[in-house]
Design a protein around this ligand. Sequence first.
Ligand code: GLN
Length: 188
Amino acid sequence: MRVGVIAIQGDFEKHVNALRNCGVSGLEVIEARTPEDLASVDRAIIPGGESTTVGLLMQRYGMGDALKSAAQDGMPIWGTCMGMILMAQTIVGREQFSLGLLNIEVRRNAFGAQINSFEDEVKVVGLDEPVLGVFIRAPVVSKINEPAEVLAKYRGHVVGVRQGNLLGTSFHPELTDDTRLHRYFLEI
Ligand code: GLN
């Protein structure tokens, strides 16, 4: 299995480390910067970062179209925070690029500014014990429509979704030592 972490901007190195810590034998992890890199992997992670900047660069260098067609072909793709914003169908209140992969609407910076970043337990469907959710200028899923399903909730807000082989989370499991969600993604 070969996983590409989209390495345009953001905390991609943290995902590379988390994947390497999963202890999955035969797992190869690469930093994917070009459509050619993406073509060489069988799943992809879009990390946290700045969605406006990365959206522009994705369009400019063809990574946007490459990700869209990979998703159409069934590639498992997981977006954390910025990654989920970029995967959403609709972003509230702002014209910016998105891949339109997840049938959701997201509201950016929904918990406030950088100083309102926080950590708390989050219940994830299919995991017995909650995960520690690290929320950094995190978005919430303000609308969710089929076939997207709730994967995680925090204080009544949807903060994780699954739609077939696609995952989105508002929080950053790559910033904790807990690899359960990375392993969950690798098992799709
Ligand atoms: N607020 C950022 C954005 O809208 C996302 C923050 C993050 O990925 N931690 O792009």
